[in-house]
Design a protein around this ligand. Structure first.
Ligand SMILES: CC(C)(COP(=O)(O)OP(=O)(O)OC[C@H]1O[C@@H](n2cnc3c(N)ncnc32)[C@H](O)[C@@H]1OP(=O)(O)O)[C@@H](O)C(=O)NCCC(=O)NCCS
Length: 395
């Protein structure tokens, strides 16, 4: 087996048959193949790798250049996607080999972190990834928001076709990238595809001309559902404006379904407000995303929860293995490679879970991602306070 990097144009002959067989109803039509070929203009900046035998591509993986906010600091991120193997070539370790090469290569390209949606989390767990929350959905009847119809809010909502409202929507995602832990966006090349994407509405909320919220949606049918994407807001006024807009669909749609982060508490959106908040995870279709660090330097400059220090050894990972002194000083973390005795042993999943704020040190131990004594539990817990990320981009 040989691994080869392919261009976006080569993907149609090499990766498309693998992906189409894995993810689409099949056999596929010529029209579907041509539609894929046309989309490849948006994949020019992706790193695409295939495993070949006798000139035939048997497995493929790819990484999109993305950016992600980790505790307030924006990092270059490798967004892994297009992972598929030919059924007759599965369970030979091809995808594992491809992933190892892809992670090394994207790190050389400057990526500090990586994220993906897993088909089976334990497979990527062995590659150093750890789970972060999946987006929740809130579903409710618009009647429940009736109180907002009477509220005088200091702003307005404009409804546009996504193609027309795309710049406002995209600008908001770029602002949220700077503000919101976990938030991630594609580069311009890939983002351009979503402007053309299936027809959607976008509701854009503004206060004094400034965009404070936006949500994409479609209406399935009269008397049916309004199905929305992520409720993106800069704060409570943006949310109130968008919910008020949804409330105006009373007598038109039966239910509204919208995606929210784990920090949203929809039962607090109204009195007498009946709502179902659901966080549904299953495999292979609805996995919660996973993340990992590609470099320990990614921790440098992140906000530190306390002024303290601890020496850790990262094990079982080619990219991160080593001993490091992690110091919190003046509110920021500093990481140096050292020789001293470690107070904690962590896997890549363990240090990634602490960096992203999804597990505390005791949970790192109980999940099998590290070993440490009480003083290291205290120091790492103080340096890396829990903080749930909201990973926006779906890929
Ligand atoms: C998921 C998928 C990509 C895996 O591809 P693959 O080439 O079989 O992957 P690998 O061989 O590297 O690993 C798969 C399993 O085979 C095992 N394996 C690897 N080499 C093996 C060998 N020589 N003998 C037996 N098992 C082996 C691996 O350990 C792994 O199992 P584990 O996770 O329980 O340890 C492939 O099944 C596929 O295309 N599925 C449909 C699409 C899909 O789900 N894509 C993933 C989207 S995130």
């Amino acid at each position: 087996m040989q691994i080869r990097q392919v261009s976006a144009d080569e993907r149609t002959d090499t990766m498309f048959p693998l992906q189409a067989y894995a993810f689409m109803p099949s056999p596929w039509s010529d029209a579907e193949r041509e539609a894929y070929a046309r989309r490849m203009v948006f994949y020019r900046t992706a790193t695409s790798l295939v495993a070949e035998e006798d000139g035939q591509a048997l497995a493929g993986v790819a990484a999109f250049p993305m950016r992600q906010n980790v505790r307030g600091v924006v990092q270059d991120m490798a967004g892994v996607a297009s992972v598929a193997a030919h059924p007759s070539a599965r369970r030979r370790g091809f995808v594992r080999e491809l992933m190892i090469r892809l992670l090394r290569q994207t790190r050389e390209q400057g990526c500090a972190v990586s994220a993906l949606y897993p088909f089976r989390p334990s497979f990527y767990g062995r590659l150093g990834y750890v789970g972060v929350p999946r987006v929740r959905t809130a579903s409710f009847a618009p009647e429940g928001l009736a109180h907002l119809l009477r509220a005088e809010l200091p702003g307005e909502v404009e409804r546009l076709r996504l193609a027309e409202g795309f710049d406002a929507y995209n600008d908001l995602t770029l602002r949220l990238l700077e503000k919101r832990h976990g938030f991630s966006v594609y580069d311009e090349t890939r983002t351009a595809e979503f402007r053309e994407s299936p027809p959607l509405w976008v509701a854009v909320a503004r206060v004094d001309g400034e965009v404070v919220g936006a949500v994409t949606y479609r209406i399935a049918e009269y008397g049916g559902d309004l199905v929305a994407g992520d409720l993106l807001t800069t704060g409570p006024m943006g949310r109130a404006l968008l919910l008020q807009f949804f409330a105006r669909h009373v007598d038109q749609v039966a239910r509204i379904e919208v995606k929210i982060g784990v920090d949203e508490v929809p039962e607090l959106w109204g009195t007498d407000f009946a709502v179902l908040t659901e966080g549904r995870v299953d495999h292979p279709r609805r996995g919660a995303p996973m993340v990992r660090l590609l470099t320990m330097e990614a921790l440098d400059g992140l906000p530190a929860g306390a002024d303290t220090a601890v020496t850790v050894e990262v094990v079982d990972d080619d990219l991160l293995a080593g001993r490091y002194r992690i110091t919190g000083a003046g509110g920021a973390l500093k990481v140096e490679a050292v020789r001293g005795e470690p107070e904690a042993t962590l896997t890549c999943a363990g240090i990634s879970a602490l960096a992203y704020g999804v597990l505390d040190p005791v949970e790192v131990i109980t999940r099998g991602f590290g070993q440490m004594g009480a003083s290291a539990v205290e120091a790492l817990g103080a340096l890396f306070p829990k903080s749930m990320p909201y990973l926006f981009a779906d890929f």
